[in-house]
Design a protein around this ligand. Sequence first.
Ligand SMILES: C[S@@+](CC[C@H](N)C(=O)[O-])C[C@H]1O[C@@H](n2cnc3c(N)ncnc32)[C@H](O)[C@@H]1O
Length: 215
Amino acid sequence: MNEKERWEQVYLTKRTDNLGWFAPHLETSLSWINRSALTAAAPIIDVGGGASTLVDDLLDSANHRSITVLDISAKALSCVKARLGKKAELVTWLEGDITTAHLPAHHYELWHDRAVFHFLTELEQQRKYRDNLLQALKPGGHLIIGTFAPEAPPQCSGLPVLRYTPDQLENTLGTEFVLERHCKEMHITPGGVEQMYLYCYFRRTAKRHDSCGTI
Ligand SMILES: C[S@@+](CC[C@H](N)C(=O)[O-])C[C@H]1O[C@@H](n2cnc3c(N)ncnc32)[C@H](O)[C@@H]1O
């Protein structure tokens, strides 16, 4: 089974509120997005958004109107679209793998990722993710990433994950991203397992970089 088939299988066989990473609301993400004071028109992408309720909350509470949800699983996206009903038309849906997806250049003002980057255990996958992040996030843009913290289990949904400290995540992402804040948050899965998450908030540096450093 390849990566996509595996994730499709997950969403085909479990209720979305029974998935290990399910949370009724992504409170930390929501509060940090609100704190970033983006306008309702600012383009936001939720990478590997799955069936999360972040998009519902961004549409409802903050009235955001330029949201893209990308996920490798078509089933996950169809679950959210069904949940949103008519409001799904306000969202751009992208079915794809974030390491290979074609994203518009310097388009997004905020890139959100909860529990996706930590599945990229190989350097080559991380490099491709970073290339896409640099391609699609505006200089000066906001980046929120939630990964497993060192105290969390070494697997998520039966797959190996990398667990990060803030320094490790900052080093992995590279010098174009400045860590502004971080926090840990305990997540309890519907099955009662404790998973400590690390949330990091970065800003992309405003200067564009060429191959020698800066221009
Ligand atoms: C652990 S779930 C987290 C879902 C959501 N972010 C949340 O917090 O509820 C990981 C999600 O990433 C998606 N995913 C996994 N690998 C991916 C990839 N390479 N590209 C895009 N999506 C991916 C899965 O389909 C799944 O929806």
